[in-house]
Design a protein around this ligand. Structure first.
Ligand code: NI
Length: 179
């Protein structure tokens, strides 16, 4: 069991397109366990590998506090279909400074590998579907602030948290980190 340190924005790994993982690699099983342990010890409901410093395509979503939902770990995930866009509030363990209004599909079908290496197809909706898409975005170096319609109107300071940067400066900060 290992609770890993969560990487914070603007660490460049958060803007990296991650590599596929091999479930047969023992390092992948360690990564999966670390993701599960770290999200359990955090105030969040999902975590992607780059957020613990590993640029690999793996994530965990744990929405167990919500009725009827469970723990999902997926490797090399892909969206099969998505529909029903709706706007909701999101946050991110790597950007604890803000929450924001983000518009996303509420019904998705995804496929990928479970930690045993078996192919799975998952139908998900509502809160869990939003969490899954947020984590899948991390695997492509996309952060929730990339998805807001307006950095001025749709981003909110997290209560009791002094932001480390001005949300309107986000594009400039990302540009600098990538250059
Ligand atoms: Ni996040």
């Amino acid at each position: 069991m290992a609770v890993r340190e969560i990487v914070l924005f603007p660490d460049p790994i958060l803007k990296t397109v991650c590599e596929p993982v091999d479930p047969a690699d023992p390092a992948t099983q360690q990564l999966v366990q670390d993701l599960i342990d770290t999200v359990a010890a955090s105030p969040g409901v999902g975590l992607a590998a780059p957020q613990i410093g590993v640029a690999k395509r793996a994530f965990v979503v744990d929405v167990r506090p919500k009725p009827g939902a469970g723990l999902l770990v997926l490797l090399n995930p892909e969206i099969v279909s998505a529909s029903g866009p709706k706007t909701g509030r999101e946050g991110c363990l790597s950007i604890p400074d803000f929450t924001a209004k983000v518009r996303r599909p509420q019904e998705i079908v995804i496929r990928g590998l479970n930690p045993d290496g078996h192919s799975v197809v998952i139908h998900s909706s509502d809160f869990e579907a939003v969490c899954i898409q947020h984590e899948m975005d991390h695997l492509d170096g996309i952060l929730f602030l990339d998805r807001v319609a307006s950095l001025k109107r749709d981003v909110f300071r997290r209560k009791g948290f002094e932001p480390r940067f001005d949300a309107r400066e986000y594009p400039r900060i990302v540009g600098e980190e990538n250059s």
